[in-house]
Design a protein around this ligand. Structure first.
Ligand SMILES: *[C@@H]1O[C@H](CO)[C@@H](O)[C@H](O)[C@H]1NC(C)=O
Ligand SMILES: *[C@@H]1O[C@H](CO)[C@@H](O)[C@H](O)[C@H]1NC(C)=O
Ligand SMILES: *[C@@H]1O[C@H](CO)[C@@H](O)[C@H](O)[C@H]1NC(C)=O
Ligand SMILES: *[C@@H]1O[C@H](CO)[C@@H](O)[C@H](O)[C@H]1NC(C)=O
Length: 570
């Protein structure tokens, strides 16, 4: 009996000790469903509080239990834990420093619980946290100061729920860049513009904005505008819109592809009007099926493409129908077109096709130049120019340097200056000079007839070292007559024509009739080119002597010539 008592006592003691142990751990259950990778899966286990798990655990899945609170000590020792999943519990209370031991935590899921307030202190020690899920809890706003302030490694963030009412400036302070952002804001009533605007780069955004799209599109647009970057992929969820919806976007930068994406997302939504203000279209080539466009009152840069496009649309030539008034399209730049209606703008070819314009004008100028040159050549303009130039030069130099020649008195007076072509030199030297300069031996009765005449020949009498023009002018000026030996050769020689021109000028100036024309060969006036108008004039106003081919008529020729030369003496 005594032995039995001792035995019972031992059992009682043992059971007492055991009971104390249970009491000392406050009846905390434990979970040992950990695999070789130290990943402990304690989901769907009916836990009402956080169970004990090995300190070595790397991940702990406590989803779909009935846990209502996390105390200060519940997670003590889990310093190696990388992932903690508390999704789908009834969590309403979390001690402010409950997560402090979790230095290594990278992923935390608190979604689908009963948290009515969020505390920034929960996350203050989670410096390596990369993913945080706060979705679907009954909080109406994020906490202030920002929950996320110390989470410098955060890349995936999910928050919001049907109770979220407001998002305020500063709520996301500390969130710099995200790969993924999910916001459930179906009942959002207040959004401070810019709240989500500081997150960049921003990879993929999923938004539930059912309510705002129905009741306050301005708000929805403000949210969208804050997250719309060209590289950001946006997914809109839970849209169910009824009635006539007007969706507007403001200060918004999109490519045409992202517009298509947006339209795909809101496909089936009965939106009747989408308006965009302050839109920068980052890529202005597709929109091939666009039918109606209302885009007036913008600051248009009136470049050639735009003006052409708009004018053709206004004329009804394009596929797009502009539904607003023509005068709502006005230029803002360039400056000289500011305020002018685009439909009235006329841009010159110079502005729109500078290369074409320059090429065409150069081509035309070249062609005209060539034509002019051909024309001038046909009209002998170069010859006239050359003559005029020589003239001007001669006239100018006639003021001074020729006086030197005069003063040097090297030039004397001649009876006649003989102007002839070099090719007719034979005739001049063999016939004219001997006949006129040497005294006649025929014993003519006329006393003056045998007097030798002094002739000025360029070959013989021109002063070397002086400009030929000066010589010509001096010779003509100091000769009483000028005898022109006309022939085909004469017409070919520029110098002869110059002499002719000058003498004519001189004759007019002097008012006398000092030119004597000798035709070496028949030279019908009509055969003389029209540009030798002086010669033609001379030939019609002055009687000319023809060199006879028959020997017997030559004495008469010489007599006439002498008489002409001596005319002034008499
Ligand atoms: C844990 O087990 C549940 C099924 O009991 C499964 O659905 C869940 O994915 C598991 N969690 C992990 C982290 O493996
Ligand atoms: C959680 O508790 C409720 C009753 O409070 C029960 O109906 C439910 O089955 C429990 N869930 C789990 C996963 O044990
Ligand atoms: C729509 O949202 C904006 C931004 O939060 C707010 O200022 C405005 O009052 C809201 N309008 C209505 C009708 O609720
Ligand atoms: C438009 O948005 C940009 C940032 O995306 C901002 O810098 C700019 O000030 C905004 N403009 C207006 C008129 O709000």
């Amino acid at each position: 009996m005594r032995h039995l008592t001792t035995c019972s006592l031992t059992l009682l003691l043992a059971s007492l000790i055991r009971g104390q142990m249970l009491n000392g751990d406050e009846g905390r259950p434990s979970c040992s469903r950990c695999d070789l990778h130290l990943s402990c899966n304690c989901s769907y286990s009916g836990f009402t509080s956080i169970p004990m798990v090995t300190d070595q655990a790397l991940s702990l899945d406590l989803s779909f239990n009935n846990i209502t609170m996390v105390t200060q000590d519940d997670l003590m020792g889990l310093s190696r834990l990388r992932a903690l999943d508390l999704h789908g519990n009834r969590l309403a209370v979390i001690h402010p420093s409950a997560f402090d031991p979790l230095w290594s935590l990278e992923e935390l899921d608190l979604s689908d619980n009963q948290l009515t307030t969020l505390n920034h202190k929960w996350f203050s020690k989670l410096e390596v946290l990369q993913q945080l899920n706060l979705l679907d809890n009954p909080y109406s706003r994020l906490s202030s100061p920002s929950l996320f302030y110390g989470l410098v490694r955060l890349r995936r963030l999910m928050f919001g729920g049907s109770d979220l009412k407001e998002l305020r400036t500063g709520d996301l302070l500390g969130v710099t860049e995200l790969d993924e952002l999910t916001v459930h804001a179906n009942n959002l009533a207040r959004y401070d513009s810019g709240t989500l605007g500081d997150i960049w780069p921003l990879g993929h955004v999923t938004l539930s904005l059912h309510g705002p799209f129905l009741t306050n599109v301005t708000l929805a647009a403000a949210v969208l505008a804050d997250i719309s970057y060209p590289e950001t992929q946006i997914t809109l969820e839970d849209l169910h819109l009824v009635g006539n919806q007007h969706l507007s976007f403001r200060n918004f930068s999109v490519s045409d592809q992202s517009i298509v994406d947006l339209l795909v997302v809101i496909d089936g939504v009965p939106i009747s009007v989408i308006s965009m203000e302050d839109v920068t279209l980052t890529d202005l080539h597709s929109y091939k099926r666009l039918e109606n466009l209302q885009a007036g009152y913008n600051k248009y840069v009136c470049g050639c493409d735009f003006v052409n496009f708009l004018q053709s649309q206004l004329k009804g030539g394009g596929d797009v129908k502009l539904t607003d008034r023509e005068d709502s399209y006005a230029c803002d730049s360039p400056l000289h077109l500011r305020g002018e209606a685009v439909s009235q703008v006329h841009l010159s070819v110079v502005v729109c096709h500078p290369v074409l314009f320059i090429s065409v004008s150069c081509g035309v100028a070249l062609l005209i130049g060539v034509l002019i040159c051909v024309l001038l050549w046909r009209l002998h303009a170069f010859w006239y120019l050359k003559m005029t130039w020589a003239w001007l030069k001669a006239k100018r130099s006639s003021q001074k340097p020729r006086k030197d020649i005069l003063e040097s008195e090297v030039l004397q007076s001649f009876d006649a200056f003989v102007s002839y072509s070099e090719r007719d030199a034979g005739w001049v030297e063999n016939f004219l000079v001997p006949e006129l300069e040497e005294p006649r031996e025929d014993g003519s009765t006329s006393p003056g007839s045998s007097r030798p005449l002094s002739l000025c020949l360029h070959k013989r009498d021109f002063l070397p070292g002086h400009w030929i023009m000066d010589n010509i002018m001096s010779a003509i000026e100091h000769s009483r007559h000028t005898v022109f030996i006309l022939s085909e050769n004469f017409l070919q020689s520029d110098w002869c024509r110059y002499e002719l021109d000058f003498s004519h000028f001189w004759l007019f100036d002097a008012g006398g009739d000092a030119a004597i024309l000798i035709l070496l060969e028949p030279l019908p006036k009509d055969n003389i080119p029209k540009r030798f108008c002086k010669l033609r004039k001379l030939m019609s106003s002055t009687t000319y002597l023809e060199w006879p081919q028959e020997e017997e008529r030559r004495p008469e020729f010489w007599r006439s010539l002498r008489n002409a030369l001596r005319g002034d003496d008499d």
